[in-house]
Write a protein that binds this ligand. Structure first.
Ligand code: MG
Length: 159
């Protein structure tokens, strides 16, 4: 069996009055991500981990933020397209693990809905999708709620 590992990282700036989408789920929040797409920084990092595992570049290459086609796009559509790319090459997802760094709002109530949503879009068991959230103890741009930062890793397998 062939295996591949990939990692992804993304940051979006936060601003008052914007919707906050994370892991395919809308989070109740006074602040949201500034973005060309829906700003789902967790899905963007996940897509980069999946693409990175296959050395296929990053989501900026596949879905340019200068293109009107992707303006305001639901990031779940991007994730679905990335899954199609890797399935076309015969790869399956073993597991993914995502860490969201955000000072506020509290994300604990959204972790299970995010895992369920991502698993359903990716067509994998919920047990293969880990989502974790942390603050940065008020340190740095995350701690000042100027931005949201996400790290993701993905393991792919091919029989
Ligand atoms: Mg992004």
């Amino acid at each position: 069996m062939d295996i591949r590992i990939g990692n992804g990282y993304d940051v979006h700036a936060l601003a008052e009055g914007l919707p906050l989408w994370l892991g395919g789920v809308q989070v109740e929040s006074p602040i949201g991500c500034i973005a060309h797409s829906d700003g789902d920084v967790a899905i963007h990092a996940l897509c980069d981990a999946l693409l990175g595992a296959l050395a296929l570049g990053d989501i900026g290459k596949h879905f340019p933020d200068t293109s009107n086609e992707f303006k305001g796009i639901d990031s779940k559509i991007l994730l679905k397209r990335v899954m199609e790319l890797l399935e076309e090459e015969g790869w399956s997802v073993g597991n993914v693990d995502i860490t969201i760094a955000m000072q506020r709002p509290k994300l604990a109530p959204y972790i299970v809905p995010m895992r369920e949503c991502l698993a359903s879009v990716m067509g994998v068991p919920v047990s293969a999708v880990s989502v974790k959230a942390t603050t940065t103890e008020k340190l740095g741009f995350v701690g000042r709620s100027e931005g949201c930062e996400v790290y993701a890793v993905a393991l792919l397998t091919k029989a």
